[in-house]
Design a protein around this ligand. Structure first.
Ligand code: FAD
Ligand code: SIN
Length: 509
């Protein structure tokens, strides 16, 4: 058993920024971060557009950012949370800059503010089109300087250790030694990110399998808003399965047009904001256009834009397009919607507390009330920064309780059991991803959801039985977690009676 004061599961922006602050405040306390891949692998690392923060109050205001967030959330945001997150943005930005993160400036020395869908103003702080990479780099550097933080790479958290609604830490599988280790902690922070790989076609990296939410669900934590899956309108189209390269919404903010194969600028038919309508509306409109035309993709036209300025702002997107034979000065970029973000998750209060004592959740795995039925672009890095600070502030006066787990630790007994065939797991994962795309995508069908629920239950029982008789592995647990998340999404989709934001359910095919 490893004993620690703060156990942080996940090394994206949510987990790392909490770790830096608590480590600095309490140099004599022990902070342990476990993460399932290399420490920098996360959704954070791939964030492109930037962070939505009001920095220039001549044109913009907190109220405008609050209104944009509320409109986007389609009546389901928690207004107090929205106000709190938006007004704290500038303080959290200052900290990021103090930790060494660099953001683009204009010649006059002001922040170069980008624009994205649903924003009435330019307010997105960014580092070219690699904002997440820059943030992750800077905060990891800070983490490495703290002697009381230990980062354990390739430790896969399996389940929380709980008793009487009290969290005492978590079990984690060390991928190399195949040993299951119990981490006992005074406070546990879930910062495990998103769920993209449940859909296969996603902008998320392969680590995004909803593990933290599934663990919290098994421990009886309250989970909310799982029906609100955000599909990004413009992932680079290719016919393969798996992660999709994102063409940032900031490209549309820069002036790019969406066109059908025949060249029609269709977004004007759906919303007066055109290409800069909120993400739910743009994705739903593309979905409709594709169903009407039978085409595989629509196109992003950048040919009228200033090429030099484009290359300066979006060097990664430019290079990626070039590498697959697309010259953005002449060619339209083929794009499709892809799963991008989960608005729901482990329900937390304004201090990041879950319904389980001493268990906190932060970042994409949490549901705070900020996003409602649809997240406003570039509000998620902001949410993670504000809530990691809230958890930190809440925990400052709370003393270490020295209250060890008195129950019997689970015996994972992994060595004596046979391994599950990787092909079997891979096949079920592919079938699961197809089921989610067909039944829990941009448009869901009333009659199909109960059938999907039934199939998910069959798979859940099958995998649970297998996990009792076979060696525990990352692939096995990820599959179990993805099936659990799929069941939550489908159940919450059945339960929701009205169409809001990113959720659309219709009667017939
Ligand atoms: P993550 O950054 O995903 O970190 C999760 C961590 O948990 C990872 O380290 C992972 O390895 C670890 N983990 C997961 N499961 C386990 C387990 N079982 N055991 C141990 N460790 C585990 N948002 C914006 O605001 N602006 C943007 O411009 C933007 N662009 C984006 C572009 C892309 C391509 C993507 C994918 C997302 C984008 N987002 C953007 C969303 C944003 O990046 C994420 O919501 C945010 O970074 C999530 O941070 P996080 O710390 O909660 O999770
Ligand atoms: C993007 O750059 O389009 C992603 C922004 C986000 O997800 O907030």
């Amino acid at each position: 058993m490893i004993v620690t004061n703060y156990l942080i599961i996940g090394s994206g922006v949510a987990g790392l920024t909490f770790a830096i602050k608590i480590a600095e405040r309490f140099p004599d306390r022990k902070i342990t971060i476990i993460t399932k891949a290399n420490e920098d692998e996360s959704n954070t690392k791939y964030a492109q557009g930037g962070i939505a923060i009001v920095t220039d109050e001549t044109e913009d205001s907190y109220q405008k950012h609050i209104d944009d967030t509320l409109i986007c959330g389609d009546g389901l945001c928690d207004i107090e949370v929205v106000k709190m997150v938006i007004t704290e943005g500038p303080k959290r930005l200052k900290e990021l800059i103090a930790w060494g993160a660099k953001f683009d400036k204009t010649d006059k020395g002001n922040f170069d503010l980008g624009k994205e869908g649903g924003h009435s103003q330019n307010r997105v702080i960014h580092h070219k089109d690699q904002t997440g990479y820059e943030i992750e780099r800077a905060i990891l550097e800070q983490v490495h300087q703290k002697e009381n933080i230990t980062v354990l790479n390739h430790y896969f958290a399996l389940d929380l250790i709980t008793q009487n609604n009290y969290c005492f830490g978590a079990y984690a599988l060390h991928e190399r030694t195949k040993e299951v280790i119990a981490f006992q902690s005074d406070f546990t922070i879930l910062a495990t990110g998103g769920i993209g790989h449940l859909y296969g076609h996603t902008t998320n990296p392969v680590i995004a399998t909803g593990d933290g939410i599934a663990m919290a669900f098994r421990a009886n934590a309250t989970i909310k808003d799982m029906e609100f899956i955000q599909f990004h309108p413009t992932a680079l189209y290719d016919s393969s399965a798996g992660s999709k390269f994102l063409i940032s919404e900031a490209v549309r903010g820069f002036g790019a047009y969406l066109r059908t194969q025949k060249g029609h600028r269709f977004m004007m038919d759906y919303d007066e904001r055109g290409e800069l309508a909120s993400r739910d509306i743009v994705s739903q409109s593309i979905d409709l256009e594709l169903k009407k035309s039978g085409n595989d993709c629509v196109y992003l036209d950048c040919t009228h834009l200033d090429l030099d300025a484009f290359m300066k702002h979006f060097p990664m997107i430019y290079e990626r397009c070039k590498s697959v034979g697309i010259d953005i000065a002449k060619d339209w970029i083929p794009v499709v919607p892809a799963q991008h973000y989960l608005c729901g998750g482990v329900s937390v209060d304004k201090n990041g507390k879950t319904s389980i004592k001493n268990l906190f959740a932060c970042g994409e795995c949490s549901q705070t009330g900020l996003h409602g039925a649809n997240r406003l672009a570039s509000n998620s890095l902001l949410e993670a920064l504000v809530y990691s600070d809230k958890i930190y502030e809440y925990l400052i006066p709370i003393s270490i309780e020295n209250n060890p787990f008195k129950g019997k630790l689970l015996d994972w007994n992994f060595a004596k059991k046979p391994e599950v065939q990787p092909d079997y797991l891979a096949k079920m994962k592919t079938e699961l991803q197809l089921l989610m795309r067909q039944n829990a995508g941009i448009v869901r069908y009333e009659a199909e959801l109960p059938k999907a629920k039934k199939q998910l239950l069959i798979w859940k029982n099958e995998i649970e039985d297998i996990s009792k008789t076979h060696q525990i592995s990352v692939a096995l647990y990820e599959l179990l977690n993805m099936i659990t998340i799929g069941s939550l999404i489908v159940q919450h989709s059945i339960d929701r009676k009205d169409n809001r934001g990113g959720f659309m359910k219709v009667n017939a095919l």
